[in-house]
Design a protein around this ligand. Structure first.
Ligand code: FES
Ligand SMILES: [Fe+2]
Length: 324
């Protein structure tokens, strides 16, 4: 029987590092209300430059710290009665009272800022990070162009968005690629990091080369796509997808190339990229995640991806047919 809307499997929010802002969008002293992981949060940058994320609601009478809160030194002052919270979320000053109650604290989320993004660690059971966000060396290399930044919000669970990358068949049917690209998959970091490569002979302005398109994925939210094989030239597309809540995803990505390829990364290329995202968009916004999908033998990559993805959840996830 074909699946109905009621057969949709609501996937939970996975564990891992997820970008919640671009670094360039938060200057010292700036405060922003943000909403990710189904939670109301406040993001601010202290005077010394540290990015901090706290639960939004003040433990006193529940004012939202992101709506009128002010950065004072290395912490934030609540707009309602002036309680001051440090970067660890502890209240360290009540302006009209000497003694600070021990329970006067709000949750502080682990933050890591690198690769032009501010990342937050989300874990359904509150466990601390057990891996770090890898550095992208191209982003600090003067031989590469200034990155270009893109973002989009889509009404879909982030796993369905990530799965697209491990779905070689859709490149043909959704994006009109003439053939289904062959790919090889390998793993590192005890199985947590996935590497997929597809090889092709490409004609470039520098000649014809055997190139490799590498896609490295750390957890469910972080991916780098690199083109290698053209001597002295390269391309990096780096992305983070973040759950706003179970049915909505905020995706950010940036794009840089070695300077000798700068012409190739012009408007035409970017337009092509955006067209591609638009083609996926209609599928994403209207699909369900069937509880019992029917897979065929040609779907082994999808089965492999879903088995890999299971490790990023605190609860068991079904939705992989036995035959895949
Ligand atoms: S509600 Fe924050 S200080 Fe009173
Ligand atoms: Fe796609």
């Amino acid at each position: 029987m074909s699946p109905r809307r009621s057969d949709h499997l609501a996937l939970p929010i996975p564990n891992g590092w997820f970008a919640v802002a671009w670094s360039r969008d938060l200057v010292p002293g700036e405060v922003k209300p943000i909403h990710y992981f189904g939670e109301d949060l406040v993001l601010f940058r202290t005077r010394s430059g540290r990015a901090v994320v706290l639960d939004a609601y003040c433990p006193h009478l529940g004012a939202h710290l992101g709506e009128g809160g002010r950065v004072i030194g290395e912490g934030i002052r609540c707009p309602f009665h002036g309680w001051h919270f440090d970067a660890d979320g502890r209240c360290d000053e009540i302006p009209y009272c000497k003694r600070v109650p021990p329970a006067a604290a709000t949750r502080s989320w682990p933050v890591d800022e690198r690769n032009e993004m501010i990342f937050v660690w989300h874990h359904a059971e509150g466990k601390p990070p057990d891996w770090q966000v890898p550095d992208m060396p191209e982003l600090s290399d003067p031989a590469w162009t200034e990155p270009r930044f893109f973002e989009i919000e889509v009404n879909v669970h982030m796993q369905d968005m990530a799965e697209n990358n491990c779905d070689p068949v859709h490149f043909h049917f959704v994006h009109g690629q003439p053939e289904i690209p062959p790919q090889e998959v390998s793993y590192s970091d005890g199985g947590r990091t996935m590497h997929a490569v597809s090889r092709a002979t490409r004609e470039t302005p520098f000649g014809t080369f055997d190139t490799e398109l590498w896609r490295d994925t750390w957890g469910l939210g972080l991916a780098a796509v690199r083109l290698t094989g053209i001597p002295g030239a390269g391309l990096l597309m780096y992305s983070s997808t973040t759950p706003v809540h179970e049915r909505r995803t905020h995706s950010r990505w940036l794009f840089t190339v070695s300077r000798n390829l700068a012409d190739l990364a012009g408007e035409e290329f970017i337009d092509g990229l955006m067209q591609g995202v638009k083609q996926d968009f209609r599928i994403w916004e209207n699909k369900i995640h069937p509880r019992r999908p029917v897979f065929c033998e040609g779907d082994h990559f999808l089965g492999e991806f879903r088995r890999w993805a299971r490790q990023f959840y605190s609860e068991p996830i079904a939705s992989i047919p036995e035959e895949a």
